[in-house]
Structures are given as structure tokens and as C-alpha cells.
Design a protein around this ligand. Structure first.
Ligand SMILES: [Ca+2]
Length: 491
């Protein structure tokens, strides 16, 4: 179905909801957790995530889950509002979310839910003040810290010291809130982990020291028609030749990441154990998701922002045996935009108009509904990290079209079924020009129909990470595709 039909189907989907008893809902969001970093997917052979694995086993693994912008604040704002970044206007990590923005928890409150936000907010500059829509508020400024710091926590407007390891402490607050509830409740547990700089819990430190790390296929692979900016990014803050302007090894870095993830996994286990103890395990909808992906050397890059799979793809798991069968793998493309309508659907609360996503509950229940056949991706250039350009992309099950803005370079087209590591850019392939044209048209149709034709511009703020390693690779040549001999002047 096309985008317009998909959007037109939204009210029908909402109307199809039937009244039901209020359902408790727990949404657990982790930070920078890449899609395959779970032991059941063997993203690396040494990963240990038994509780996330249990969510997949007893619930659903949404294997094609993506974010529409692979950056902390924009993606989080899309989760909370159900809208694209160009619509909610949070296109970087520095800008305050516009006053008056409604988060979906407000609709749950109106329906009688007690709601809690616990963890990383990271929107609105450095503020950690309580936001509307939450009865319980536990947060911290900006990225927060793994270990106690002078900033501490903001608990319902009061400054409270952070006592221990952040992942454990946020989980303690979440469990405390759940234990006090006698009516319907919603918990938004928003972990700081596994964001850099990775500091594992003391009990997990060095756990994977001797493990074998498998480097990604595309780390040093020759690529066909790789854009110049990607080659140049290798020697930058977000590249393997100058990662964070340091000499850290990707392998070491991944191992610390995997150790940080152990505490997140335990957090999920503790939440599930409490639900079981309360007799609510099978009636509660538990959704686990990452806010964006993370490259560990793919294409010679680290971190996120790009439209490559490792960056825009996220882990997503959902469990609620009362609603849908366990052990299923959902093939459809779902996104951060769909969390709000899905949660409201599960709560029996009407989904307000103006959103860009839809509830994926019917898909989990096996109901035949119309669903999107392509997903828009967007990223807006940050002065702070100038090596990644503005990106608009469209991803279907077979192709990914990536369009760069404000840069003299190659766009990209990948056949992700044939070329899952995105190494053969087909943008200049004569056989694919019709597909490029069609996807470009579709991309702009989506932008036009969702008020996406203007790019938000904000004042400069924060530091700039734009250095190069003098001993690293030199600047890349223009792609051959641009080279054409001058024509003879006409007589
Ligand atoms: Ca993030």
C-alpha cells in the first residue's frame, strides 16, 4: 500500500479497537543498543542477554525495527510524540523540545493511568525538570553519568543524590513505582546504558576480556561507488582511524559495551520477576527498544546518524501472552513512530490524529491489516559533528535509497536483499535508474505530505568535534563517477 492509503487506514484501525480492561504497560528504552547485540541473534558470539532472549522467546521479536532518525534526542521525541523529527522539530541533541508538546503519556493519564518516567530524557538542553504527562519523574541532566556525580537525579522536582550504578538505580525506582500501584499504570524506563563512554557495573567489568570479537564484514571492504564523505569520515571523531579523537580499539570498545548491556539485561529480568510476583506477567504489555543503532566499524565508521543498517536499525521485543502468541518473529517494518499508537491501542485509548505511525498490535495478533511498504529516514547535519551530511532515505524490504543534501557527493542505492552489508552502491547502475527515480519521488511524496519540506535551523551550541588524525588516511578523491573529460568548445 502507498503512504496515503496507509495514513487513511489509521482512523479505521483506531475504530477497530474494542473496549477492554485497562492494561498495564512497561516501555523499556535503552540507548545506542544496536539491533543484533542480543545473544539469541549472535551479533557477537560472546554476548549474554538471557532476559532479552526470554522476551523474544515468550513474546515477539520485531526483527525489522528502525528509527526514523538515528540520534538520541530526535528519536526519543519521535517515540514520545509519534511524529517525524521534521514535525516535532527536535533534530539535534541540543535543542529544547517546543513548549506545549504533548507526550503520549498524557493521554494515558486522562484515561486513568498512573504514569512514570524514569531515566534519560535528554531533550530541553540541560534541564532535568519534570515534564507534563508523568505522575512520577526520575531523571538527570543531559546524558547523565554511569556512576554518582555532583548533578545527581531529579526526583519529582527535587535534587536527590545518585547512590550507585545508574542502570541498577533506575531499575530500583521503576520497581518501587510498580510496587505502589493498585490501578492501571504505565512505566517509561529510559536507560542511560548502553551509551558511551561505556562504564560497566563493577560485577561485569572484564567479563568479556578473553572473548573473541568478530570484525564486521564492511570494516575494510572495498565498496563500489562509496561516497567521498564516508571515506573521509574514517579519519574523524566518528571513524575507525580516529575514533572520538583517540586510539581506542573497536574490539575493546565493543566488549565494554557488551558488559554495560549485561546490567540492562538484568534490569529487564528484574522487571519481569516483579510482574510475575504480582501475578501480572502475562497481562502486562512489555516493550523493549533501542533509541538508535550503533556502528562498530561497519563502513569504517563508528557511532550512529547514518542511514546504514547498523545505525538506523534497533532491537525491539514485545511480550504480552494475553494479547499475542509468544515465540513469533514479526517481519514487517516497524519504527519509533509506532510506539505511541501501539501503547495507546493496548491501553484502549483512541490514537489522536496527526501522528506518522500506526499500532503494530494487529500485526502481532496475526490480523491482516494494511501496512507501510517503505520507511522514511532523516538526519539533519550538526555543526558539532560536521562529517555526516544531511540525509533523507527511503527503505523498502528490498532497496534503500539515500539522498544527501548540501554536499557534492554521490547518493546511494542498495539492494539490501542481495547486498545486506551495503557494499555495492547501485546509484549509477543503468538497470536501476527507474528504481532510483521512483524512490526519489516516493521520498518527496512522504516529505510533502508530512510537512517535511523545511529543515529546522538552530543557533550554534556546544563543542565541535571536527579534527583529523595527521597520521591517518588523507582526504578521499572525488568518486570516479563524477569524472568526465571537458567537451571541446563549439566553433
Ligand atoms: Ca542514543
Amino acid at each position: 500500500m502507498n503512504r496515503r492509503t496507509f495514513l487513511q487506514a489509521l482512523p479505521a484501525l483506531a475504530a477497530a479497537q474494542t473496549p477492554r480492561k485497562p492494561r498495564n504497560i512497561i516501555f523499556i528504552l535503552s540507548d545506542d543498543h544496536r539491533y543484533d547485540a542480543m545473544s539469541f541473534l549472535k551479533g557477537q558470539p560472546f554476548l549474554e542477554t538471557p532476559h532479552l532472549d526470554s522476551l523474544a522467546r515468550d513474546g515477539a521479536h520485531l526483527k525489522n525495527a528502525f528509527v526514523t532518525t538515528a540520534l538520541c534526542s530526535p528519536s526519543r521525541a519521535s517515540v514520545l510524540t509519534g511524529k517525524y523529527a521534521h514535525k516535532h522539530k527536535i533534530v539535534d541533541n541540543n535543542t529544547a523540545i517546543p513548549t506545549g508538546t504533548t507526550y503520549f503519556s498524557s493521554y494515558l493519564q486522562k484515561a486513568g493511568y498512573k504514569t512514570a518516567f524514569i531515566g534519560k530524557w535528554h531533550m530541553g538542553g540541560e534541564s532535568d525538570a519534570p515534564q507534563p504527562g508523568f505522575d512520577r519523574w526520575v531523571s538527570f541532566r543531559g546524558q547523565g553519568t554511569y556512576l554518582p556525580s555532583a548533578n545527581g537525579l531529579n526526583v519529582d522536582g527535587q535534587k536527590v543524590p545518585q547512590k550507585g550504578y545508574i542502570t541498577d538505580e533506575l531499575t530500583d525506582y521503576a520497581l518501587d513505582f510498580i510496587q505502589k500501584q493498585t490501578g492501571p499504570y504505565f512505566v517509561y524506563l529510559s536507560h542511560k546504558a548502553v551509551h558511551g563512554e561505556f562504564i560497566p557495573a563493577e560485577r561485569h567489568k572484564g567479563k568479556f576480556d578473553k572473548a573473541k570479537f568478530v570484525p564486521p564484514v564492511s570494516l575494510n571492504a572495498e565498496a563500489i561507488n562509496r561516497p567521498m564523505w564516508v571515506q573521509n569520515q574514517r579519519n574523524s571523531w566518528h571513524g575507525v582511524d580516529y575514533p572520538y579523537h583517540s586510539t581506542i580499539s573497536i574490539e575493546e570498545y565493543y566488549k565494554r559495551y557488551a558488559e554495560c548491556l549485561c546490567a540492562v539485561d538484568e534490569s529487564v529480568g528484574r522487571v519481569l520477576a516483579l510482574l510475575k510476583q504480582r501475578g501480572e506477567l502475562d497481562s502486562t504489555l512489555v516493550i523493549y527498544m533501542g533509541d538508535n543503532g550503533f556502528a562498530f566499524g561497519e563502513h569504517g565508521l563508528i557511532d550512529k546518524r547514518t542511514a546504514y543498517e547498523e545505525s538506523m536499525r534497533v532491537p525491539m521485543l514485545a511480550r504480552c501472552p494475553e494479547l499475542f502468541r509468544g515465540g513469533q518473529t514479526l517481519p514487517q517494518v516497524v519504527a519509533n513512530l509506532d510506539i505511541m499508537p501501539t501503547v495507546l491501542d493496548a491501553a484502549g485509548v483512541p490514537v489522536p490524529a496527526g501522528g506518522d505511525g500506526a499500532s503494530f498490535l494487529p500485526l502481532l495478533k496475526g490480523q491482516p491489516i494494511a501496512w507501510r511498504d517503505s520507511l522514511l529516514y532523516e538526519y539533519y547535519w550538526e555543526r558539532n559533528f560536521p562529517h555526516t551530511p544531511t540525509i533523507h532515505a527511503l527503505r523498502t524490504d528490498q532497496y534503500k535509497y539515500i539522498r544527501y543534501h548540501g554536499i557534492w557527493d554521490l547518493d546511494e542505492l542498495y539492494d539490501i536483499k542481495e547486498d545486506p552489508h551495503e557494499l555495492r552502491n547501485l546509484i549509477k547502475s543503468p538497470a536501476h535508474q527507474e528504481i532510483v527515480k521512483r524512490m526519489n519521488q516516493r521520498l518527496f511524496e512522504i516529505l510533502e505530505s508530512t510537512d517535511g519540506m523545511n529543515m529546522p535551523l538552530y543557533r550554534d551550541k556546544g563543542g565541535v568535534s571536527n579534527l583529523r588524525n595527521p597520521n591517518g588516511p588523507k582526504a578521499a578523491q572525488f568518486p570516479k563517477a563524477f569524472e568526465t573529460a571537458p567537451v571541446k568548445p563549439r566553433p
